[in-house]
Design a protein around this ligand. Structure first.
Ligand SMILES: Cc1cc2nc3c(=O)[nH]c(=O)nc-3n(C[C@H](O)[C@H](O)[C@H](O)COP(=O)(O)OP(=O)(O)OC[C@H]3O[C@@H](n4cnc5c(N)ncnc54)[C@H](O)[C@@H]3O)c2cc1C
Length: 370
């Protein structure tokens, strides 16, 4: 029984696969981006996948980490997981916010009516981390955030600040507040859009603090961990997608008269690709089960993200080399996947930083199992 899934989990896998195949068969060239998103959302709701990311109290079906891993892997394996609309917005940090913030922002956010961003990364030349001064019923925020995905259309940004005399804190900043300015809008190689922000004496109501002041880094990392698992599961599915493209290429070569020597060389590469995917699958599924068991899986999540994204990049590169110039034509699925995969080695923590963290946990803090 692959991956030891129970009936309910196999059902999610079957539904997500069938959803992925349906979306893959849409003629996306003839549709605008917003039409693809609404079509995908409608199909995902029908398939019972859309609500897996949302809590039961908001009408969601609250999938476990393993449920989400299964669904994301299946969509990745169909090569469509990058399209928006498959999953409802995750409550993320807002689930831990004050009642005021939950009432005002969480409902509209989960319904897709309000957009949020995540402000963590800062410009390398920043003299001081974004900081906040406590002035009783409000905080005054100053600083910069350099890489906020979806920032141009965000109604609010969950922002990591250094609260003076207390420590790191997460705070919700509304983008229409006086003193909030977008200083740069840009796209990255994977096709996603971002913005850089400056904050100048921005007054933020105290109840916009998310969770306990001083525990902001932990709050931010909880959110980062969930997204790292999502990237790992998606990359795992994409590894299968890449293997399938190479397998099809080998099949085609068999029907044409490819010379036996090069066929054998490709087979060896293909075997390597499949064993590496197997290693990633073992790590990602094990980690999802640890998360669901309530274990502290922070190191396993980092390792899964690194293994999955590094393997995906390697596989895409190998597949392009095997298939040749045709794979670099813009319309080829490997060409766009090459660009998207590259971003995953930096987003939500660069590989070197995650490796350094795993080493620190073991060597300095004597924590973690890996
Ligand atoms: C597609 C995409 C979406 C993103 N979305 C967001 C977002 O919504 N919100 C947000 O806040 N950020 C976002 N980011 C930014 C991302 O989190 C950062 O790019 C990433 O954390 C690296 O930070 P940096 O770019 O400042 O590079 P740096 O931190 O300068 O790192 C560059 C390199 O330096 C080395 N290095 C740095 N520190 C260490 C260390 N401690 N140990 C070992 N080596 C080290 C590593 O080799 C690393 O790759 C996004 C990035 C991408 C690509």
């Amino acid at each position: 029984m692959p991956d030891f899934l129970n009936d309910a989990q196999r059902d999610i896998q079957r539904r997500a696969h069938s959803l992925g195949r349906q979306v893959a068969s849409l003629n996306t060239d003839s549709l605008e981006a917003h039409q693809i998103e609404s079509e995908t959302r409608a199909l995902s709701k029908q398939a019972g996948i859309y609500l897996l990311t949302q809590p039961a109290e908001f009408g969601g079906t609250a999938g476990t980490s393993l449920d989400l891993t299964i669904a994301r892997e299946a969509l990745g394996a169909c090569g469509v997981s990058h399209l928006p609309g498959f999953f409802g917005p995750m409550p993320g940090l807002l689930a831990q916010a004050s009642e005021h913030v939950r009432n005002k922002f969480l409902g509209p956010y989960l319904a897709g009516e309000a957009k949020g961003g995540f402000g963590f990364t800062e410009p390398p030349d920043a003299e001081r981390h974004t900081w906040a001064r406590d002035e009783g019923d409000h905080l005054v925020v100053n600083g910069h955030k350099s890489y906020v995905t979806g920032g141009s259309h965000a109604d609010f940004i969950n922002t990591l600040v250094e609260l003076e005399n207390v420590g790191p804190a997460m705070v919700l900043i509304e983008t229409n507040s006086p003193g909030v300015q977008i200083i740069r809008r840009f796209g990255s190689v994977d096709g996603t859009q971002h913005a850089s922000f400056s904050f100048t004496d921005v007054h933020v109501p105290r109840e916009h603090l998310i969770g306990e002041a001083g525990a902001g880094m932990k709050r931010a990392l909880d959110q980062v961990n969930a997204v790292r698992m999502a990237i790992a599961a998606d990359s795992l599915g994409l590894c299968s997608f890449v293997c399938d493209i190479v397998a099809e290429h080998v099949e085609q070569g068999r029907s044409s008269e490819i010379d036996a020597g090069s066929d054998q060389a490709v087979r060896v590469q293909f075997g390597r690709m499949r064993s590496q995917s197997y290693g990633v699958r073992s790590a990602v599924y094990r980690t999802a089960r640890l998360v669901d068991a309530g274990e502290n899986a922070v190191n396993e999540v980092m390792a899964s993200k690194v293994l999955a994204t590094e393997t995906l990049n390697l596989l895409v590169d190998l597949a392009i080399q095997i298939i040749g110039g045709e794979a670099l034509v813009d319309s080829h699925p490997l060409a766009s996947l090459f660009r998207r995969a590259r971003a995953t080695r930096l987003a939500e923590g660069p590989t070197d930083v995650l490796h350094a963290n795993i080493a620190r946990g073991y060597l300095d803090l004597h924590l973690g199992r890996i």
